[in-house]
Design a protein around this ligand. Structure first.
Ligand code: GLA
Length: 385
């Protein structure tokens, strides 16, 4: 699967729904998170990269206050009214462009009515940020069309507001930061306290490796309870420990923290604290030795999510176990959890065997056939036309 820069499909969809050509076409990618899960809303560290799968939107400004939306994935024409746009007024995929238009207006942008056609190659519900890919493409396009001087920090805030308040998912800034700030050949080392970013070279191919995604096709939604309850446990942990955020706790503090927290909250806290440290260790290892040294950190991250944060599921665990047994250097679930995808770092010459092992393992377990594909770091959101 590859997104490329081909705009034919989205332009055709635009022309057949609205006639003529759009004012522009913008693209924003999905992401995998190499490591650093559920650290973003704890003001910690994460290391995602933007992938080649992406959402593309063709947009043309209208003279009135209507928003008209079509997708190459079907569902017909959706109409929204900008003036009555508020949380709860849109459903389906319209919550993403609707939410971004609403959030831009909340931020003072003079958003005009618009016609928009969407095409996306990011599989929905795969844990690869299909929703943020749409939001970032729309936000980048609309910000430009409104002439608002929104920088990347503003677009991170706008898309987070859209997601939190309009879509109703209490997520952090990981996904949009990767989608907006990704760069080919690099992972995005993100400090979620001040939103600063360092691009860290991640050349898996150069090291004879590839990153295989195992999309379990177990669908999840972060607007449901599991994500929010993990977030609440982290907030409770920070409050009891008397810190602004769990970012301020280190593994040296954990023995003392254990005496102060109930056992469940302690495990949630331990995941976040150790995960932050694993991100820093991964960045150091990448800089010193390249991708081949990070396998054990990926494995430890998965174990922590499975055992302490309890956000894995049998399909994700099986994906990790079978890829490891078939020769992966390391593997972990990626994204918010409760379904979605795992990633495995594998020697290129072991790829065929790993793929076969995963397919056979899933069939034996009676699980749905997973989708398997490789990803590499790609550029963030940008204008195509
Ligand atoms: C989802 C959220 C992110 C982040 C991850 C977990 O992808 O959108 O903000 O919290 O889960 O790391």
């Amino acid at each position: 699967m590859s997104a490329g820069g081909d705009t034919t499909r989205v332009l055709d969809a635009f022309a057949s729904a609205f006639g003529g050509t759009p004012d522009g076409v913008w693209q924003a990618p999905g992401r995998v998170n190499l490591i650093g899960e559920h650290t973003d809303y704890n003001e910690g560290f994460a290391l995602p990269f933007a992938i080649g799968l992406a959402a593309r939107v063709a947009v043309r400004v209208r003279a009135d206050r209507a928003v008209r939306l079509v997708s190459t994935h079907g569902g017909g024409l959706i109409e929204l009214d900008l003036d009555s746009l508020s949380p709860g007024t849109a459903t389906g995929w319209a919550v993403y462009p609707g939410g971004v238009a609403w959030a831009l207006a909340c931020d003072g942008a003079d958003v005009p009515g618009f016609d928009l056609a969407l095409e996306s190659t990011v599989p929905v519900g795969s844990g690869l940020s299909s929703s943020h890919a749409i939001e970032c493409a729309v936000a980048t396009g609309l910000a430009e069309l409104t002439g608002a001087s929104f920088g990347v920090h503003d677009l991170v805030r706008v898309t987070q507001r859209a997601e939190n308040s309009f879509v109703g998912a209490p997520t952090g800034i990981l996904d949009q930061s990767a989608s907006l700030r990704g760069a080919a050949g690099h992972a995005v080392f993100l400090d979620c306290r001040d939103q600063s970013v360092e691009l860290v070279p991640f050349d898996a191919a150069g090291a004879g490796l590839s990153v295989l995604v195992v999309d379990t096709t177990v669908s999840h939604s972060h607007a449901e309870g599991g994500y929010a309850s993990r977030r609440r446990a982290c907030e409770l942990g920070a409050e009891v420990l008397g810190v602004e955020a769990l970012r301020d706790v280190s593994s040296a503090d954990l023995a003392e923290a254990q005496g102060l927290l109930d056992p469940l909250t302690f495990r949630r806290v331990r995941h976040v604290v150790t995960e932050d440290e694993r991100v820093l260790a991964t960045v150091e290892t990448l800089r010193a030795a390249g991708p081949s040294g990070i396998g054990p950190l990926l494995d430890a991250s998965h174990a922590s999510m499975r055992d302490d944060f309890e956000i894995s599921c049998p399909e994700l665990d099986l994906a990790v176990e079978t890829t490891r047994a078939a020769g992966a250097l390391g593997a972990r679930m990626t994204g918010g959890g409760f379904g979605g995808s795992a990633i495995a770092l594998i020697p290129v010459d072991a790829e065929t065997g790993v793929r076969e092992a995963v397919l056979a393992g899933f069939a034996r377990a009676g699980f749905r056939t997973p989708d398997l594909f490789t990803v590499s770091p790609s550029n963030g959101a940008h204008r195509l036309i």
